[in-house]
Design a protein around this ligand. Sequence first.
Ligand SMILES: [Zn+2]
Length: 127
Amino acid sequence: MAYSLKYIKIKTRCLQCGKEILYGRVDRKFCCEACKNSYHNRRRYPMREDMEGAVLRRIDLNHAILERLYKMDIHTIDLLTLSHLGFDPHFVTNFRRVGRHDIFAIFDLQYEMTPTRIKKLEMITKR
Ligand SMILES: [Zn+2]
């Protein structure tokens, strides 16, 4: 093949996100630094993205359960019943201790947890 590469219009795509690389060297493999890092992290820790997905799904499920209870005007429920509904108290998005009270939150829903139940389930009001 005697054709010089510079006469052939080559669309190079980012190995991570698949977007066309519009500038830079011909042999560039990534559209940006973030994609380059993601790509190499994924190769280094192949399980990582699967785990992130699994954690997010658990959090989403927890939130859906609490939201259903909240909409039914239920603000106190024992942990055994909650676990039967599929709730896993390990997956939350926020925790703080106020005095002797353990306050948890999953996105916009917050509750206090005791050894046997959750109570004061409420929507966090936006300021
Ligand atoms: Zn990219």
